[in-house]
Design a protein around this ligand. Structure first.
Ligand SMILES: Cc1cc2nc3c(=O)[nH]c(=O)nc-3n(C[C@H](O)[C@H](O)[C@H](O)COP(=O)(O)OP(=O)(O)OC[C@H]3O[C@@H](n4cnc5c(N)ncnc54)[C@H](O)[C@@H]3O)c2cc1C
Length: 283
């Protein structure tokens, strides 16, 4: 074996070992597989006056019916002031399943939020949300996600503001052709929403970006909160929000697919391991 092949094998081995260890560590740090696990974590945050949103993370084994059942169950378990985050792609865009969810959400007066998935799903999701808002707007709120790295998000921001939809701004996990810088794109979307949106969730663990976004929205008197993902480091973000006097919400992901997500985030940025360790000790 030459030196280059040996180095490649070593790196693959090191990555596999890291993934194995992190998967076990992440099981302690993320909510768990069931909505009851998410409820347990949400109740702990609620003691600190921090509300939650629940998001079931499906994997390839879940059918749209399975996913809808998970969402229906969550709609029973969520409390006032919390909301459900859903993935339209995981429901196979099924109108019948959405109808069931709408009925349950309306009964409980809970908000349904549409997470952003791959760019190909964006237009269809926007159409569904438009129809949804027109049909159910008065019964319960619907909200939408704007990824900063997508060029279309500026136009989507104007559309959401016009409809009065609350929005969540994220950097975005899924790139598209325009290849915008996610942080710059995030700031542009915040600018487009300031003074116009009904409510903005600033969803980032990037402390500086979170601060500038919240300040920008405050200048224009726009309703806002910082939203953090349970399972990523959050101690610095929580401190910064407290210093600014801003509200915080936690997104609690659960289900089999959530642990692999948290692990891949840390693998992409190994410094996060240190932040997580500090957070675990101090939170
Ligand atoms: C609530 C929420 C909902 C989301 N929903 C979606 C969605 O629907 N669709 C989607 O595509 N994506 C979603 N995402 C994921 C998002 O798009 C990003 O992939 C993810 O949040 C990582 O980007 P970031 O902005 O949080 O921070 P990163 O790009 O990971 O950057 C983090 C940076 O913050 C700093 N930092 C953070 N914590 C610490 C610490 N403890 N100590 C020191 N420095 C620190 C560091 O400078 C670091 O570089 C969501 C994220 C959140 C938080």
């Amino acid at each position: 074996m030459d030196a280059e092949t040996e180095l490649g094998t070593f790196r693959r081995y090191r990555r596999a070992t890291m993934r194995f260890v992190l998967t076990h560590v992440a099981r302690v740090y993320v909510a768990g597989d069931s909505v009851e696990d998410a409820r347990h974590v949400a109740d702990q945050w609620a003691e600190r006056d921090i509300p939650s949103t629940f998001g079931f993370w499906d994997d390839g084994r879940d059918t749209p019916r399975d996913v809808a059942n998970q969402y229906l169950h969550a709609l029973e378990v969520l409390k006032t002031g919390e909301y459900l985050s859903l993935k339209l792609t995981a429901l196979g865009y099924s109108e019948a399943l959405l109808e069931e969810l709408a009925e349950r959400a309306a009964k409980r007066g809970l908000r349904l939020h549409f997470d952003a998935m791959d760019p190909d799903s964006a237009e269809r999701t926007r159409q569904v949300v438009t129809a949804f808002a027109a049909r159910y707007g008065s019964k319960f709120p619907v909200s939408y996600t704007l990824p900063g790295r997508w060029a279309r998000s500026i136009d989507d921001a104007a559309w959401a503001s016009e409809l009065g939809l609350p929005v969540r701004v994220v950097k975005g996990q899924f790139p598209e052709a325009s290849a915008l810088d996610p942080a710059e794109g995030f700031a542009r979307v915040i600018d487009a929403l300031a003074g116009k949106a009904s409510h903005v969730a600033v969803a980032t663990h990037d402390v500086k970006l979170g601060e500038t976004s919240l300040r920008r929205l405050a200048e224009k008197d726009t309703s806002r909160e910082l939203e953090l993902l349970y399972g990523l480091p959050m101690r610095k973000s929580l401190r910064s929000a407290a210093e600014l006097g801003e509200k915080v919400r936690v997104y609690i992901g659960y289900g089999r697919a959530h642990v692999p997500y948290a692990v891949s985030k840390v693998m992409d940025n190994p410094k996060m391991m240190l932040w997580m360790a500090r957070d675990l000790l101090r939170l």
